[in-house]
Design a protein around this ligand. Structure first.
Ligand SMILES: Cc1cc2nc3c(=O)[nH]c(=O)nc-3n(C[C@H](O)[C@H](O)[C@H](O)COP(=O)(O)OP(=O)(O)OC[C@H]3O[C@@H](n4cnc5c(N)ncnc54)[C@H](O)[C@@H]3O)c2cc1C
Length: 490
């Protein structure tokens, strides 16, 4: 599996003593995925009456590439193009998707094509277009450690510069008043399948690496796809279309009860608005933890077009009589897995509702088993004594996406902002591209203290929660004031 970081051989953070800063930055971003790219774009476009921010963003990969192993030809973004890097915070920004299309002379075909969702590959191209034009983005730079320098009241950021092979080339250090952590997520492999994932002789591939291994996978006699999310569905459809009728030899297994539709109603999706984020953040920690698993329904499942395309493709294959050799079974857990004779894989399956177990022999497995937040612990190890944690040891994060740090740090005006590591405090919207511009704007408003990006105070028709003891509502009304509903005791 190539889910490993680009430079596995790098040394751990150099334990050099704190140094005097050269030119400190106002903001250093760690990781350049859509989240920090959005922040870099909006930071670059601050209104002229404000002092420009001195920024630097570091990314361990050699160039901007968004999920390159999953850019299937027919795969589309699950959000409209308005959820680009900037538009929902600043529709006048030059870094919008529409301006990218204009620059590429594609605006009119886009308009006549009435595409409401854009291909994943187009989103990748758009982000690279932004990345190629923004200053102060440093690729092939892996950040190793962050620490606080009390003498200079700055964060020190240690990085390793990587060569073309991803090997350490040079070590460096920069100083900054503020940090934005945008290290994203890493492919997740369930425990029972981990021993298989590194087997060189049998292809067991995470969906993240699908396109790299597609040709080899297609030579396998029988293929199993595990996972019923959007990626699992897209990969299953791609394999199905590539196999001859009657000889598909495919299994699609899912732990979920059904190959289900993901939430797509406008009212349902209001759970991904800033209003809901604010409401969720204000709930007690224990309540948030209870609600979090249920929020998965907002991201899990498959869009209607992909489910319909799978059904159409299967149906087309029944035209001449007979059924395709494809087995689609939900409600199944893979308990354990092992190799058979070095070339085959045996999956031990369980159907809990039916209380049955069986074995499946297959020649290749694709794990469409999702992603998990990259842990921040190693990166922030030196800051541990300054970090405030919740009852289960996770970092506390305030409504402006700031880690709760010792006042000794924050009263100097320095902060660490997080992007996409705040699901436990901000809810399901944390990973949603539709909130990226909002979050970047919120961060820049807090960091500059000058509200360069005024944000709407109301973003949903749904009112989340009841009024508070003084009649205040969450969220505030469109004029910024709180409503007047009366709080009833009891
Ligand atoms: C195929 C696919 C399609 C998706 N489609 C949608 C969608 O339609 N709508 C939606 O809302 N969400 C979607 N998502 C989910 C989510 O929006 C994306 O995963 C998005 O890329 C998250 O952005 P990010 O910037 O937080 O993290 P990432 O894109 O993961 O970027 C983080 C970056 O940080 C770098 N990094 C990590 N550690 C370091 C370090 N120490 N030093 C330097 N660099 C580091 C990594 O190399 C990486 O490039 C999709 C996810 C996938 C996999």
């Amino acid at each position: 599996m190539s889910a490993k970081p680009p430079n596995p051989t790098r040394a751990t953070a150099p334990s050099t003593p704190p140094t005097a800063p050269g030119t400190p930055r106002d903001l250093v971003g760690i990781g350049i995925g859509p989240a920090n790219l959005s922040l870099a774009a909006l930071a670059h476009g601050l209104p002229q009456h404000l002092q420009p921010l001195v920024t630097a963003f570091y990314e361990q990969r050699p160039a901007f590439h968004w999920h390159p192993g999953q850019l299937l030809e027919d795969a589309h973004l699950q959000v409209p193009h308005l959820a680009d890097l900037v538009t929902l915070a600043d529709p006048t920004s030059p870094w919008s998707y529409l301006n990218h299309l204009r620059d590429q002379q594609r605006l009119y075909p886009f308009y006549f094509g009435e595409q409401h969702r854009i291909p994943l590959a187009d989103y990748d191209t758009y982000c690279r277009w932004v990345s190629d034009r923004l200053p102060a983005l440093h690729y092939s730079h892996q950040v190793d450690a962050v620490r606080w320098n009390p003498q200079h009241a700055l964060f020190e950021v240690d990085f390793t510069q990587l060569d073309a092979d991803g090997e350490a080339e040079a070590l460096g250090r920069t100083h900054t008043k503020n940090l934005a952590l945008g290290v994203g997520t890493a492919p997740y492999v369930p425990e029972p399948l981990r021993p298989l994932a590194d087997a060189p002789t049998v292809p067991v591939i995470h969906a993240a690496d699908y396109l790299t291994h597609r040709e080899r996978l297609l030579t396998a006699d029988h293929i199993t796809v595990i996972g019923s999310g959007q990626s699992g569905a897209e990969i299953f459809l791609d394999l199905l279309r590539a196999r001859p009728a009657r000889h598909e030899k495919l299994h699609w297994l899912a732990r979920t009860e059904a190959f289900a539709l993901r939430e797509h109603s406008a009212l349902g999706l209001e759970h991904l608005t800033p209003d809901h984020t604010r409401h969720f953040h204000a709930l007690p920690e224990a309540v948030r933890d209870r609600l979090a698993p249920g929020q998965g329904r907002l991201h899990r499942g498959v869009d209607a077009d992909t489910l319909a395309a799978i059904h159409d493709e299967l149906y087309r294959r029944t035209r001449d009589g007979g059924w395709p050799d494809a087995t689609l079974t939900p409600g199944v857990t893979v308990r354990t897995a092992g190799r058979l004779a070095g070339t085959k894989i045996e999956l031990h399956l369980e159907h809990a509702e039916q209380a049955t177990r069986s074995r499946l022999t297959t020649d290749a497995v694709i794990l469409a088993t999702g992603y998990r937040e990259r842990p921040l612990d190693q990166l922030l190890a030196a800051l541990d004594p300054h970090l405030h944690r919740d009852d289960t040891g996770r970092p506390r994060i305030d409504s402006c996406y700031r880690l709760a740090l010792d006042p000794a740090i924050t009263r100097t005006g320095s902060n660490i902002y997080v992007q996409n590591a705040e699901r436990h405090t901000h809810g399901a919207g944390a990973h949603d591209l539709g909130l990226a511009a909002w979050r970047s704007a919120t961060i820049l408003n807090a960091l500059t203290g000058a509200t360069p990006y005024p944000l709407p105070t109301r973003t949903a028709f749904t009112t989340f929660g009841l009024p508070g003891p003084r009649g205040e509502r969450t969220p505030p009304g469109p004029d910024g004031s709180h409503g007047t509903l009366v709080h009833l005791k009891g």
